[in-house]
Design a protein. Structure first.
Length: 264
């Protein structure tokens, strides 16, 4: 992901590059933190556990887990800019001894078997080309009894019409995703990887507000005009915010959280 795209994300969303999870009228930053905390709670993350954060972005989740639970977190991102940012943010907060950020492709990186207590990935698996293969490999990195916690943009349950399919394609094109899976695809991939799915949450209605906030911030900050000077990918990404909101509202898309355990 180019530095400018990451910069736009940071301007719009802050250090956590993911949806917020609203329960009432909390701020976007609080809603994002709520999503992170809720995933940690559902995954039952305990003090000092070894966590792999796949697609760690600027380190939002990794730093949260390191700070609040003293987890030992390895974060991987395909973006060198994000890796540098995350390492710098960890250093600035005195969390370097808990974190290790690497620039690597989740589809090819290798870890030794049983290395992690938790594999955590918020909104990265959408970007992977071979999702079933990723889950198969990632399950091997978990120790028996370890958990995999995933949040993902999904194909919704009303994605059958031509218009809905086109919306999903437009979202994928604008967001650098080769494809989106449905909730049942994700459950199937996790099960095929030998994991037991314990949590399947549909958070669509609680996250959709993210996009009206993003649309308003793009208008207010003029980031879209600025992006026009820099690169086409960023402009396309920013222009797709309304499509994403509509896709969620019409259930062409959904948002899911999954936690699955590797049998002990
Ligand atoms: C929407 S951001 C989410 C970032 C972070 N999980 C968070 O919640 O703040 C998607 C992340 O996935 C990463 N990513 C995309 N494809 C990847 C790949 N093949 N290998 C590793 N990271 C990848 C991007 O660099 C980015 O960090």
């Amino acid at each position: 992901m180019a530095g400018f795209v990451t910069g736009s994300y940071k301007l719009l969303w802050g250090e956590h590059i993911h949806h917020g999870l609203w329960s009432a009228d909390e701020s976007a930053a609080d809603a994002q933190l709520r999503l992170t905390r809720e995933v940690a709670r559902l995954a039952g993350i305990r003090t000092g556990e070894r966590v792999l954060d796949v697609g760690c972005g600027m380190g939002g989740s990794s730093l949260h887990l390191a700070r609040t639970l003293q987890c030992q977190v390895t974060g991987i991102t395909i973006s060198p800019f994000q890796r540098r940012w995350a390492s710098w943010a960890a250093w600035r907060r005195g969390l370097s001894r808990f974190t290790d950020f690497c620039c690597a492709d989740a589809e090819t990186i290798e870890f030794e078997p049983n290395r992690f207590d938790v594999v955590w990935s918020i909104e990265c698996t959408e970007h992977l080309f071979d999702k079933p293969e990723f889950f198969r490999r990632a399950a091997g990195w978990l120790r028996p009894g370890g958990r995999m916690a995933i949040c993902a943009w999904l194909v919704g349950d009303r994605a059958d019409s031509q218009q809905a399919k086109q919306m999903v394609l437009d979202v994928c094109e604008g967001s650098f995703c080769p494809s989106l899976g449905s909730a049942s695809d994700y459950r199937g991939w996790l099960e095929q990887a030998g994991l037991r799915v314990g949590v399947t949450e549909d958070w669509t209605d609680s996250v959709v507000k993210t996009w009206s906030i993003c649309e308003a911030r793009v208008k207010r900050t003029g980031v879209s005009r600025l992006a026009g000077w820099v690169d086409r990918d960023t402009v396309r990404f920013l222009q797709r915010f309304r499509t994403i909101r509509q896709a969620y509202e019409q259930r062409a898309m959904a948002y899911g959280c999954f936690v699955a355990e590797k049998p002990a």
